[in-house]
Structures are given as C-alpha cells and as structure tokens.
Write a protein that binds this ligand. Structure first.
Ligand SMILES: *Cc1c(COP(=O)(O)O)cnc(C)c1O
Length: 340
C-alpha cells in the first residue's frame, strides 16, 4: 500500500528536525521547558512573528485547538466555526470537554472559509440566556479544503469578533503551507490581521510530535501553563521539541517544506485536471487536492496500491508533504491515466 498522498502526516520526520533532535541528544539539561533550547525556541517564535507573543508547545493539534479554545471559552460559551472544521469534525468533542461544555456553532461559507455575513447573523441570532453565548470564532488556515485565507479575508472576521467581545482563533495545523502560499509576512497573516491565538502545526510540516500554541493576545495566556499540565500536554524532555522548532524557524526549512507540498499539489492538480472525467473541486492554494475522479480511475488507483481518502469535500482528497516528490506525482498521474 502506498500512503504518499493519504495525508501529510503519513510522511517521515524531515531531516532538519531529525538532525536537530540528534544535535540536542547529549548531556543533562533542566526539564519541563526550563532549558536554553526552549528559551531560544520561544524567542525564535517572537522574532518570526515580530511580536511579544506567548508560546507553549503541546503534542497534538487536537490539544492545541482544544486548550487554546478553553483559554477563551467557558462552558456556557460557543465557538463559531466552518462545517468542515477539524475542531468540530475530528476532535471527538475535545473543545467541549476542555471548556466544560462550550458548543460549536456552524456558520456557512465557501471552500472551507467562513463567510463574515453568516458569522454576523449567527452572533446576532440569539442573545438570550437560554442559548450559548458566542465567545470565539475559529478558522483554519490553510483550511480543511486546502484553501488559504488572505490577511484581508481574516481582518473582517477579526473585526467582527472584537466588536462583539469574541476572540479569533486560527487552527494552523497547516499554517506554514498557508504562509508559503501568500506573499505576506507571518505577522500579516496573524496578529496584524487581528488573530488572537494560533495553533501552529509542526507535525504535518515534518516535525516529530509537536504543535505550538501562540498567544498574540497575551491576556488569554494567563493560566495556559497550568491548563497544559493538567491536560497531560507538558513535555518533560521539552528540549527535544524546542530543538526542532528552533531549527525549523531560524532556517529556510519551514518554507522549503511547505513550498514543496504546495508546489507538488499544484502539479498534481494540473496533471489530474488534464485527464478526461476529472474535476478539481477546490482552489489548490496549499498542499491539498480535492478531485472528483471517475469511479474506474478511483478503483484502478486503489488496485495499484494508492491509498487516499474521500471523507470530506465530496471527492477524493490527495495531500502532499515535505517528502512528496515529482516522481510520486508523475507515477500517480500515470496510474490514473492507465486506469481509464
Ligand atoms: C491534522 C489536523 C489537526 C491536528 O490533528 P492531531 O491529529 O490532533 O494532531 C488540526 N486541525 C487540522 C485542520 C488538521 O488537519
């Protein structure tokens, strides 16, 4: 079975992260983040975003999302998100669990993005005490459908949030893919557009076992250290997580890896798009291709060993990562053609 396009977390650990782990692997250092590499990694985040942000590392994107949403919301609050959003569809209710009851409200939009008009209607729809009070907007960038919000698409959502006492959270499991696809700075795509908290993904970029929670709104970070510990997300040998972030953020590694996934997704979409009966369903802004493939092609590809999913977006989802090669793309397209 070939898992190349099944997800961006089927890939191995990238050489940069692996070498950083190796280089950190000697001697004894303070535990639980009280070490020089962790201080360096947090400082690297502040330089990367050009902001005095608070940074915490956790093990999974589910933890990053649920714990950051729990820093915003209590149990009587609601979180406005898109239908496809990971926090609604793929976290087994973790945001509700860690907030002790907050509910996710689905707002409409296209291509995995929230429509500000829909969000606005949802905020205004119920203000009585018998219904959850909206307290957060959560968007994903890049989205679950492989599209990317521009800063001028984030700003209206942030303005709307802040005008009504809500905070804006970004699920950035694929934040670097989003960043690499837009010619703007990390600051432009986050706090300058009004983002309060970012779940910043390491795993799908190629790192081992880590996501960062980045608070641009530092008031929200006040109790996060305790929240993380209570949730079992405080890594005792933190330096091995920090070493990877330090390497990834202070070299061109994040851009190289994100661009590789984005470029090859575009080439895959172009290759498949030329075949009869194939329909590309979403704009390919980042490292995902959503395509409606003829049934014969789908079964032919599966017979030839390719593994991919069709659980969201109404078609087949093909993901590219730091590890995907031009040869992988060519082989997949050749097998798709041969299956017709
Ligand atoms: C993969 C992913 C996550 C994180 O998932 P974990 O498996 O908990 O690490 C979060 N959001 C999105 C949009 C994702 O694709």
């Amino acid at each position: 079975m070939n898992f190349t396009f099944a997800s961006d977390n089927t890939s191995a650990i990238c050489p940069d992260a692996w070498q950083a782990l190796e280089a950190a692997n000697s001697g004894c250092e303070p535990s639980y983040g009280d070490d020089a590499l962790t201080r360096g990694a947090c400082e690297a985040f502040r330089r990367f975003f050009d902001a005095e942000c608070e940074v915490f590392f956790v093990f999974s994107g589910t933890a990053a999302n649920a714990l950051s949403l729990a820093s915003i919301c209590a149990g009587h609050h609601s979180i406005i998100a898109a239908e496809e959003s990971h926090c609604e569809q793929d976290e087994c209710g973790a945001p509700a669990f860690f907030t002790h009851g907050a509910r996710i409200l689905i707002a409409g939009g296209q291509h995995g993005k929230l429509d500000p008009g829909e969000v606005s209607r949802l905020i205004a729809r119920r203000t009585d005490v018998h219904f959850h009070k909206p307290r957060a907007i959560s968007i994903s960038n890049s989205t679950e459908l492989g599209t990317v919000y521009r800063p001028d698409e984030i700003k209206p959502l942030a303005d709307l949030a802040h005008a009504h006492g809500l905070a804006l959270h970004v699920d950035g499991a694929r934040f670097f893919n989003a960043l690499a696809s837009r010619s703007c700075t990390p600051a432009d795509l986050t706090w300058r557009a009004g983002v309060d908290v970012l779940s910043c993904g390491g795993t799908k970029l190629g790192m081992a076992f880590t996501e960062a929670v980045v608070f641009f709104n530092r008031d929200l970070a006040a109790d996060f250290a305790w929240r993380r510990k209570q949730a079992g997300q405080l890594c005792s040998k933190m330096r091995f997580i920090s070493a990877q972030w330090l390497r990834i953020l202070t070299t061109d590694a994040w851009r190289r890896h994100a661009e590789n996934g984005n470029t090859l997704a575009r080439e895959l979409a172009e290759g498949l798009g030329r075949l009869p009966g194939v329909e590309i369903l979403q704009p390919v802004d980042a490292n995902a291709v959503f395509a409606r493939l003829p049934d014969r092609m789908k079964s032919g590809l599966k017979q030839r060993g390719w593994k991919f999913y069709g659980f969201i977006g109404g078609g087949s989802r093909l993901m590219c990562s730091w590890q995907t090669t031009k040869q992988d793309v060519e082989a997949f397209v050749a097998d798709a053609r041969a299956s017709l």
